[in-house]
Design a protein around this ligand. Structure first.
Ligand code: SF4
Length: 412
């Protein structure tokens, strides 16, 4: 029951065999995980545990301390032999591939398997992931228990869920059967497993250059290594954007949760809690929204006035800003003609920075503001609340001033 591949290394091998090689034989060269990536892992774990409630009364097969695939699978097999009908985090090994499935439901010799995803859609990668799990579990089930897998479904978040009163877990999740797709992919899975195993046996780094595949479906965590080892195509020369004479720096601090925390919100909705602007003449304006969490009308009005008054808006992250702005528009005034982002020049502030310049640490993440925001939500002491509010306001002001100084230092 020794394993050579796991679910994550299999998915890694589909993206790039060199990434698999580096992960196995040069792990220390891996990039440091970003705050967003760590949050994503944690979110996946939390949503997986939440979905267990759809099948209550099960037993958790996960082993807490460092363990190997053999121990984990033997523990799952013991639980099955003891007659448990619902098992969470069940481990199986077949053809030297180890998978851990979120929920296993046993009805005699017929098994149902559920894989939980914290996304609102079923992506192609999830189908590959499901196909691998189906291949391993269905073979292990028939070989060890003479059982068969009669259902394999992906459980994911319902993007149309709206929080109305108490949390409703049945409305929050959607179950999508994918077993037919898994069956169709069996030969593909077997071929890809063999290809990945070849890399492990040969222990030779596949000569793969960096390219579009390094970002799809996930940003590869060996991009740092590949880019400094002459394995990349030459990058086009970066040209910083020209700074217009009039501009407004805009920052919107927002929170975004898989499970909506506030009334009438939907999963992963951007909920602004502070908005601020600083223009080229130094005029600063800030609005905190901590007393009206979940409502978005004030942030929308603030944004509308910035769009009306400014020809060029400079934001921290152009893509995030567009998503957030469109959500605010849909939530507040679908038909508004005044809200026309196309007529406004929205530029990411990093476009003004020369590529070789390091981005200041405090601009890399919003942890200071976020920590204060989370503390505010859990705080009942009015004096402490004021202190946390002022920390958030100081943070956003400093952030805008730092960006302005950075941009202007580039001009000099
Ligand atoms: S950075 Fe690109 S080429 Fe290098 S290992 Fe990752 S996916 Fe492969």
């Amino acid at each position: 029951m020794k394993h050579v591949l796991s679910k994550s290394t299999y998915i890694r091998s589909l993206q790039c065999l060199k990434s698999l090689y580096l992960y196995k034989f040069n792990y220390q060269q891996r990039d440091v995980l970003s705050k967003e990536q760590l949050q994503k892992f944690q979110r996946g774990h939390d949503i997986g545990s939440l979905a267990h409630q759809l099948f209550p009364g099960g037993v958790d097969a996960s082993l807490k301390s460092n363990f190997k695939s053999k121990q984990a699978a033997m523990h799952t097999y013991d639980l099955i032999n003891e007659g448990h009908k619902i098992i969470y985090e069940a481990s199986f090994v077949y053809n030297e591939v180890w998978v851990i499935v979120d929920i296993l439901v046993i009805d005699g010799f017929e098994w149902k398997v559920y894989e939980v995803k914290s996304s609102t859609e079923v992506s192609e990668t999830f189908l590959h992931d499901a196909a691998l799990q189906y291949y391993v579990i269905s073979n292990a089930a028939s070989e060890v228990f003479k059982a068969r897998v009669i259902d394999f479904s992906i459980i994911h978040i319902n993007k149309f869920y709206r929080k109305k009163g108490a949390f409703n877990i049945k409305d929050f999740f959607i179950t999508k059967p994918v077993i037919e797709n898994c069956r169709r992919m069996t030969d593909y899975v077997k071929t890809k497993i063999e290809k990945a195993k070849e890399v492990m046996v040969e222990k030779k780094m596949p000569p793969i250059l960096v390219g579009d595949h390094c970002e799809i479906p996930y940003p590869c965590d060996f991009r740092g290594y590949c880019s400094v080892n002459n394995l990349s195509k030459p990058k086009p020369q970066f040209q910083p954007a020209a700074l217009p004479s009039e501009f407004t720096l805009l920052e919107i601090l927002s929170t975004r949760n898989a499970v909506p925390a506030f009334e009438n919100n939907f999963p992963y909705q951007y909920i602004p809690y502070a908005v601020a602007t600083l223009d080229n003449r130094g005029a600063y304006n800030c609005m905190l929204l901590l007393n009206e969490m979940g409502k978005t009308n004030k942030a929308y009005d603030f944004l509308m006035s910035v769009i009306k008054e400014s020809k060029t808006i400079v934001v921290a992250n152009e893509n995030n800003f567009e998503k957030l702005a469109n959500e605010l528009r849909l939530e507040n005034d679908v038909k508004s003609e005044a809200f026309n982002l196309q007529q406004t020049n929205v530029i990411a502030w990093k476009d003004f920075i020369k590529s070789e310049r390091e981005i200041p640490g405090k601009l890399k993440n919003d942890i200071d503001a976020e920590e204060n925001f989370v503390a505010y939500l859990n705080c009942t002491d009015i004096f402490l609340q004021h202190e946390l509010e002022s920390n958030i306001e100081n943070y956003i002001k400093q952030k805008l001033e730092t960006i302005k100084n950075e941009i202007q230092s580039q001009k000099d």
